[in-house]
Design a protein around this ligand. Structure first.
Ligand code: FE2
Length: 499
């Protein structure tokens, strides 16, 4: 006679499900579970309201194809001599290409596009303009069989300066969302996009969490939410090349790497474009794949080896600034997503070894910025307690700049009357002595300027969603010393002689 009871059977089932989940998380953590794929496919059928809305908005037969959309610029190659344009059409497009000319020129050059099926709806087209002049304004438009009746939309973008001393700036954003959510969580999107346009940077670094498809119930499925995000960003990132990284919402929560990666044109790195890097002027930028979730324990061995070699090569090429960006923060003390020690243990020693200058991140939705630190994998050593000015290669400054549009939200349901005061990721403990400054009362984004004179200046702005008001909240500058400049120049010359 069996001695199993309903309770013991339930325990066995839970143990089995836990085992399956653990195996999935360990060995298939990037794969979208089949039940989520199935749920997404039939989501609109399960909800009569969404089914009706979807049927009205997306008829099975579209009589007239839509013009190119979700157009954006980025750099998969040398930013000083090329740029990429990526866009989407709902039907295959035999004429897909871009027309490019120097601002003011009469003649266009045409660069054909490569086409791949979109992971969502329709097709993605990617074209690369090459052999361009550095630091130059270019006009471009998308050529298509489905152009607007009044002609294609025309855009302009700029190539980056050549390697060597140069002045340029970039915007950093993380945790963005799609504007207009009914829960009001994305009230920072529009003002931040407008401010970035006024700031007029050369390009944008984005560190993940874009569409929040699992929480934005306006869309019938995940690809529709992603399409909406890319449409939203088009006015900004047709002009300012956007270098996308991946957050937990591009990997874990009904969205996955393969939903997003084909939509971007980025440099190659280990395992696709999970990691990648590029140079502008004297600076080297590294996008680190660290999505940020309870499932993620930081980069693997292959990725760490690549990162080590990449930073070493950049210093050998004479790059004076190393700037890394990733989704998961090295230090975060908010209620929503506190940081994980294992990420510091894996990355901290490499950052110390190569004297990383600036690390940008988000995920936990507030602003926290450290003094320059070393030894963060163990007990952090504070290298300077000045609030505004630092010497390069004397510690890493870790800045968690978040959210840039979409707030955390868990308190909204609990305290609707006081939601405005609380639905950022508020701090759970007093400010640490290695933390220079912090704020959990507003949206944030950063404008970072590299100067030809050897300075790296970071300005972090607060943006208040309901009013759209902006305030400069933090500003700090890292300066190169003469001895560092000489050391880097000597190393670069040695490399050139060796070649
Ligand atoms: Fe996140």
């Amino acid at each position: 006679m069996s001695n199993s009871t309903p309770t013991s059977n339930r325990r066995k089932i839970i143990a089995l499900l836990t085992l399956v989940r653990n195996i999935r998380d360990k060995y298939f953590m990037w794969a979208k579970p089949v039940w989520i794929v199935a749920a997404e496919r039939y989501r609109s059928m399960l909800d009569p309201y969404k089914r009706l809305k979807f049927a009205v908005k997306k008829p099975f037969y579209r009589a007239k194809p839509t013009p190119p959309e979700q157009i954006h610029a980025s750099w998969s190659g040398d930013p000083s001599s090329s740029f990429d344009v990526t866009w989407q059409t709902d039907m295959a497009d035999p004429k897909a290409a871009i027309r490019v000319r120097k601002a003011g020129d009469a003649e266009w050059d045409v660069f054909d596009a490569e086409t791949v099926p979109s992971p969502g709806h329709g097709f993605i087209h990617k074209a690369k303009a090459r052999k361009l002049a550095p630091d130059t304004e270019y006009e471009y438009s998308v050529r298509s069989a489905f152009e607007n009746e009044d002609g294609p939309m025309q855009f302009s973008t700029k190539t980056a300066p050549e390697p060597g001393p140069a002045t340029f700036s970039f915007a950093f954003i993380c945790d963005v969302g799609i504007k207009g959510r009914r829960d009001l969580l994305t009230d920072g999107v529009e003002p931040i996009m407008n401010y970035i346009e006024k700031d007029d940077p050369l390009f944008i670094l984005a560190a993940g969490d874009y569409a929040y498809a699992n929480r934005d119930f306006r869309f019938p499925d995940t690809p529709s939410a992603i399409d909406a995000f890319m449409r939203q960003m088009q006015p900004l990132i047709t002009k300012y090349p956007c270098m996308f990284g991946y957050g937990n919402h591009e990997i874990f929560h009904h969205e996955c790497f393969d939903d997003w990666s084909p939509r971007f044109s980025l440099p190659e790195g280990p395992q696709g474009n999970r990691f990648y890097s590029f140079d502008i002027g004297d600076a080297h930028f590294i996008s680190i794949f660290c999505p940020g979730s309870r499932h993620c324990s930081g980069p693997d061995e292959e990725q760490l080896a690549w990162l080590d070699q990449d930073m070493s090569d950049a210093r050998a090429r004479g790059k004076k600034w190393l700037i890394a960006y990733q989704h998961d923060a090295m230090y975060a003390h908010g209620k929503t997503h506190p940081s994980k020690k294992i990420v510091r243990e894996k990355l901290g020693p490499l950052f110390d070894k190569h004297n990383l200058d600036l690390h940008l991140s988000g995920h936990d939705q507030s602003y926290e910025r450290t003094f320059p630190l070393t030894n963060v994998h163990d007990d952090p050593v504070i290298r300077s307690k000045d609030m505004t000015t630092y010497e390069a290669q004397k510690g890493v400054i870790y800045a968690k700049v978040s959210p840039s549009g979409k707030t955390a939200g868990p308190e909204y349901e609990q305290n609707p009357e006081t939601a405005r005061d609380f639905y950022f990721s508020y701090f759970t403990e007093p400010q640490q002595d290695f933390m220079a400054i912090r704020d959990c009362s507003s949206h944030h984004y950063a404008i970072v300027t590299v100067t030809a004179a050897g300075e790296l200046n970071t300005r972090v702005y607060q943006v208040f969603g309901p009013t759209g008001e902006r305030k400069l909240f933090d500003e700090f500058t890292i300066k190169q010393s003469e001895s560092i400049n000489q050391r880097v120049t000597n190393k670069s010359e040695e490399l050139q002689v060796a070649e």
